[in-house]
Design a protein around this ligand. Structure first.
Ligand code: ATP
Ligand code: LTN
Length: 334
């Protein structure tokens, strides 16, 4: 199938810290697999979105390059997938401005992420945080994406992108593909090792609850050994055992084993055997990626070249959409 007949998938990731095992198992690993399943994938690092929360400039630069290298180390194939950095493609900011003017204050006020982040960062409720969904709509609509894989927390943002696309298409003429979200089924939500009722998150203050994809083997082992479980000491998959359930889901995700197989494997054994086994599985999964990551990161020239080439590919697509939009709204051509 030619690229232009393939359905297009688009997703982006905030590069505000080092990815967690949750990002890896819940999103990144699944998204990269789409490149071998007959889709044209377009992925990017959402550094424009990142500054809706205050960032240390040196850290933002570091995390952006590391995140770029990490996805390549995972096997993202630049011959199949376009992978770029949002701020390198100016059309994102340009279309976001236009879409701001086709989005209502009331719609943006209903976004739960805005409410959550305003509560969390009460000293910096900036306009960018409020219009975040317009920039995200621009990200998606510029590439005429058919599907947008995201976590459940981002579904509302994909829905507003659909509403904006339909509104614009209706006011003028068909301009944007109306995208569909792809939300992972259960099991794709990795919980904190210290508080298995809240999701593992890179901005979590308790670093013991969070496995970073760059943690070394000793750290991973230590964090799993300290994971919060329960007093039953029996490896059984049950809602009332959220800590063990989370560990079993991580183990299952990596080994491909079903829950009953895992229960059988650890029959008669306690958490003293189970926790290190989960840690070993995670260490084994991450080791080759970390090795490749370190090699890639040492070659900054190569990474910069990839960023440049992919920004150009993205720009070529984005430019086509943006110029249609500019014509339709009535901007005088130069
Ligand atoms: P932050 O801590 O800054 O809010 P985050 O770790 O929640 O960030 P995002 O950058 O918002 O991660 O999300 C990137 C992708 O990873 C999204 O598709 C999101 O749904 C997914 N994701 C994030 N955390 C988890 C998790 N614990 N389990 C499964 N998927 C996750
Ligand atoms: N808001 C998303 C990141 C993001 C995104 C996008 C996801 C920015 N632009 C476009 C999908 C499509 C997040 O915080 N995970």
């Amino acid at each position: 199938m030619e690229n232009n007949e393939k359905k297009r998938i688009l997703s982006m990731y905030q590069c505000t810290g080092t990815f967690t095992l949750g990002n890896y198992l819940g999103a990144l690993r699944n998204h990269i697999r789409f490149q071998d399943e007959g889709y044209q994938c377009v992925y990017a690092l959402a550094d424009l979105h990142a500054i809706t929360v205050r960032q240390e400039p040196a850290n933002l630069r570091k995390y952006t390059l590391e995140a770029y290298a990490f996805l390549l180390a995972m096997g993202l194939d630049l011959d199949k997938t376009i992978f770029f950095i949002q701020s390198h493609v100016p059309e994102h900011s340009q279309l976001a401005w236009v879409l701001n003017c086709y989005t209502q204050f009331g719609e943006l006020s209903r976004m739960t992420q805005f409410k959550d982040k305003s509560a969390k960062h009460a000293d910096n409720i900036n306009a960018g945080l409020f219009t975040y969904p317009c920039l995200m709509a621009a990200d998606i609509l510029l590439y005429q994406a058919d599907y947008v894989p995201v976590g459940a927390d981002q579904k509302q943002h994909v829905e507003i992108a659909r509403d904006i696309a339909e509104r614009f298409n209706g006011l003028y003429s068909p301009t944007f593909t109306v995208p569909e979200p792809i939300i992972p089924q259960h099991g794709a939500r990795v919980m904190s090792l210290q508080n298995p009722l809240s999701k593992m998150s890179k901005s979590d203050e308790n670093q013991n609850g969070n496995i970073s994809v760059l943690d070394d083997p000793d750290t991973i082992m230590r964090k799993f050994k300290r994971a919060v479980t329960d007093s039953e000491s029996c490896v059984r998959y049950a809602e009332e055992k959220p800590g063990v359930k989370n560990l079993m889901e991580i183990y299952s995700c990596i080994t491909g084993k079903a829950m009953d197989e895992i229960e059988k494997e650890f029959e008669g054994k306690g958490y003293g055997d189970f926790k290190p086994a989960v840690a070993e599985a995670v260490i084994g999964e991450l080791r080759p990626i970390q090795e490749r990551f370190r090699e890639l990161l040492a070659d900054k020239g190569y990474l910069r070249g990839c960023c440049r080439e992919n920004a150009e590919k993205a720009h070529a697509i984005a430019q086509r959409t943006l110029s249609k939009v500019m014509k339709k709204v009535g901007y005088l051509p130069l």
